[in-house]
Design a binder for this molecule. Sequence first.
Ligand SMILES: NC(=O)c1ccc[n+]([C@@H]2O[C@H](COP(=O)([O-])OP(=O)(O)OC[C@H]3O[C@@H](n4cnc5c(N)ncnc54)[C@H](O)[C@@H]3O)[C@@H](O)[C@H]2O)c1
Length: 357
Amino acid sequence: MTNAIKLAVAGVGNNISALYQGASYYARMRETGEMEKVAFGIRMQEIGDIHVSNIEFVAAYDVLPSKVGKPFSEAVFAESNNYPILDVDPTPYSFLVKQGVTKNSADSDFAIATIAKSLRDAGAEVLLYSLPTGLQWAAEAYAKAALQAGVAFVNCTPESIARNPDLRRQFEEAGVPCVGDDLASHLGASILHRSLLNLLGTRGITLASSYQLNFGGNEDFRNLRDHGASKAESKINALKQAGLDTDKVQVIPSAGHINRLNDHKVAIINIEGVGWVGRPVSLDLKLKVQDSSNAAGVIIDHIRITALAQRQKMGGFPLAAATCLKSPAIGHDSYTPEELDLSLRKLTGAEEILAEQ
Ligand SMILES: NC(=O)c1ccc[n+]([C@@H]2O[C@H](COP(=O)([O-])OP(=O)(O)OC[C@H]3O[C@@H](n4cnc5c(N)ncnc54)[C@H](O)[C@@H]3O)[C@@H](O)[C@H]2O)c1
């Protein structure tokens, strides 16, 4: 695979199963020429010169006995993952999943140096952090290991890494990219909620109150039910672009874990508004998605943007990533769509091509 991103992953959960199987899915479509006919479910087939299927997994870390010490291609299907097994002939990887940092070892320089060394030994370009929400200590430990190894970092979770000014400065100074925080899913509750609240404003309807309830049947929803504080804050951040009074909005990251939903997520969005002569306007919307596909559909863009920045030695936060994050390093109010577009064009080389013309 030419240009393939050498990817390490911390946490071999459902997101990684969806990403791994998805990359194989699009690789097979590309091999048979089907990709030219129909390429559904992706925002951009190529970012710069990196195709959606151009990932090579090189290292992985977890703590579950069902995954640690197992070949990567086996571990992605082990308990507790419940993303569906696709009929895709997935690319085999025989490297073994390594023991990750634990609460006891996270402060130890030795544990961080061990992860850093294994990232370097594997030749990783990007470390994708995809642990359960609520583990700030773990996010910091893996971010430090990435920094030490000179490996770019992508934070899928709401833990504060890219928006931590001190850590961001360290990544900038080291010339290492850092993308975060928290994925805004492909077509998720956050982007829908934000779009609807924006629409209300542009139509002159006054917001009275709103809520967003989420529930699902995977481990993420089980964990968020009890450890959802950082996610709740991040989901409110995701709405701030609308410039609305977020005091009027309540978001529940996990209103429940429902086994029967497996890896599906359901979101209910309610908006109560005030229209002409004070008459009420009420809206209720239900979204149902394959939760981890919804994550992989944006992870694929984040890792490509991050790898391009890494290859160009652009340290810190690449603005091009902001649109698909709930809590981007610099906040949704501090960039324009034009600046975002320019950042992506610079990364992909399109800006230089335009300048030469
Ligand atoms: N649509 C989405 O799915 C979506 C969107 C935005 C953000 N996220 C976030 O992405 C993260 C991952 O989601 P997921 O569904 O893959 O979760 P998951 O629970 O399926 O996977 C997490 C994995 O991390 C492992 N882990 C736990 N502690 C570890 C440690 N100390 N070191 C290494 N590995 C460890 C677990 O054993 C598990 O394999 C969550 O924080 C979630 O909130 C998901």
